[in-house]
Design a protein around this ligand. Structure first.
Ligand code: UMA
Ligand code: ADP
Length: 456
């Protein structure tokens, strides 16, 4: 691992947002940079931006000779560690790191890192909003959208960083001041051989913590507790099931914070965010800030007015008495379960997308109870149709427009239409935002088309 990057040969894999930010970072430090992507030039967005980076471009594959000459290989989160070129690099003893590790080495200040299967973006945004309301110069990003390496050299004192399991796979010394683990349910089994490997990646957030660092843990999730077993950090818990003497608890419609002989109560009824899972997210976000001395009224004043992020149970509007929700960020089965839990029946659910090969069984009962019609899209449709057969009325749609028009015909007054795919979007879209935007656009086209349900 070079101490300075000047004149070093750095090969970056992945020409997405991470790879481009890394390229700028290393170029600014005088390194010789190559950017390698297995997609050919014509499939990469904003080619002009890529060419303007003034780095060697290795597109349409990963050329082994380029790697053989490298001092360091840095990979984007979407790149699996077991691709052949990386196996060769490891055999040759070449350092392979991820962007988060590279960035962290350059940053000073207080870092609150957040991971978990669901709720990461909501909690990271809440933490960021509170920090800003408290008057801090805070970076808010990571898996949320802005690569952490973009924070380098910007003079931030605080960092609210969302981390995915992919990003945690390639850390080495990464050590945040606060490590928050929200929950662990099945996800990304298209990348991990089993649940144990996924959990092990999540658990790496605690790997380098020392005395004085803090692990913030959801006491109600056994896998969270398992992941943090051997950490040296102090553990601070939150729970929506147990009233804690030290920590944060949800008790009826109050959040109770008990810490070092003091007690603060926050009325949950004031929150604009809906659902038990969001109350848990609020607890996870409040703890590091309160421990850091943020006044309770500043922290609560911020979270209670937070209305949520787009594409997460976002209410688009009403049509023929049915409420339409965009939950395109519901990309795994656990999140669909939570989203359905927040709705009354009957629901028309639009689901499907790129199959992550996870276990669908936890959705069988909620679908039977709440979903009157299931409209399936994308590559996972076939498998989902088999698993949910007999639980509900099942339909297929070739694209979002057909799915939306079908859902409209199937919906009824007092019910809901919910896009919560339980899958990633990459079979039909560039990302979940594009999918959610398409759903919202089709809904708005439908509204403009008038009141006739059969489109005639
Ligand atoms: N690629 C290769 N070789 C491979 C595999 C991929 O060259 O073997 C290339 C692809 O052709 C593509 C590039 O790698 O051009 C994409 O890299 P990437 O998938 O890491 O995407 P980025 O644009 O860098 O975005 C990543 C995160 N994406 C993933 O983890 C899949 C973004 O999270 C994150 O916001 C961004 O870094 C900044 O940190 C998105 C995501 O879907 C939101 N995350 C997953 C999730 O939340 O479930 C983990
Ligand atoms: P992430 O960034 O981890 O994907 P988000 O905050 O974007 O999480 O929320 C995505 C979806 O996950 C939401 O639409 C909701 O259905 C579900 N969700 C959010 N928070 C939680 C939680 N604490 N527990 C379980 N599911 C959650």
């Amino acid at each position: 691992m070079p101490k300075t990057y000047r004149d070093k040969h750095i090969v970056i894999i992945g020409a997405g947002s991470t790879g481009r930010s890394l390229a700028r970072f290393f170029r600014a430090r005088g390194a010789r940079v190559a950017l390698s992507d297995n997609r050919p030039a014509e499939q990469l967005p904003n080619l002009d931006e890529l060419q303007a980076l003034r780095v060697t471009l290795d597109l349409g594959g990963h050329t082994p000779a380029l790697f053989a000459a490298a001092d360091l290989v840095v990979i984007s989160p979407g790149v699996p560690l077991d691709i052949p070129v990386l196996q060769t690099c490891r055999r040759q003893g070449l350092p392979v790191l991820g962007e988060v590790e590279i960035a962290w080495r350059e940053l000073a200040g207080t870092m609150i890192a957040i991971t978990g299967t669901n709720g990461k973006s909501t909690v990271t945004t809440l933490v960021g909003e509170i920090l800003k309301a408290w008057g801090k110069k805070a970076f808010v990003g990571g898996n949320l959208g802005t690569p952490l390496v973009d924070a380098v050299g910007k003079g931030y004192d605080w960092y609210a960083v969302e981390l995915s399991s992919f990003q945690l796979e390639t850390i080495e010394a990464f050590r945040p001041n606060y490590a928050v683990l929200l929950n662990v349910t099945e996800d990304h089994l298209d990348r991990y051989p089993d649940m144990a490997s996924y959990l092990a990646a999540k658990a790496r957030i605690f790997e380098n913590l020392l005395d004085g660092d803090v692990a913030i843990l959801n006491l109600d999730d056994p896998l969270v507790l398992q992941a943090a077993t051997s950490t040296r950090a102090s553990k601070v818990y939150y729970s929506s099931q147990t009233v804690l003497d030290a920590g944060m608890s949800l008790v009826d419609d109050r959040i109770l914070w008990r810490w070092q002989d003091s007690e603060v109560i926050f009325p949950v009824t004031e929150l604009r965010l809906r659902g038990r899972h969001n109350q848990e997210n609020v607890m996870a976000a409040l703890i590091p800030l309160l421990l850091e001395g943020c006044p309770a009224e500043v922290a609560w004043g911020t979270v209670k007015n937070f209305t949520g992020l787009p594409h997460r149970m976002e209410l688009l509007g009403e049509r023929h008495g049915a409420c339409w929700y965009n939950d395109s960020k519901g990309t795994n089965i656990g999140s669909v379960v939570k989203s359905l839990a927040g709705l009354d029946k009957p629901v028309v659910l639009i689901a499907g997308g790129k199959d992550k090969h996870g276990d669908l069984s936890s959705l069988v009962v909620p679908i039977g109870e709440k979903v009157a019609h299931l409209v399936l899209i994308g590559a996972a449709a076939e498998r989902m149709a088999k698993v949910f057969a007999g639980q509900t009325d099942i339909h297929r749609a070739d694209n979002m427009r057909d799915a939306v028009q079908l859902a409209d015909r199937l919906s009824c007054p007092g019910g809901s239409v919910l896009l919560s795919p339980g899958c990633s979007s990459f079979d039909m879209y560039r990302n979940y935002e594009e999918r959610g935007a398409d759903f919202a656009a089709e809904f708005s086209a439908l509204k403009q088309s008038g009141n006739c349900r059969n489109g005639n």
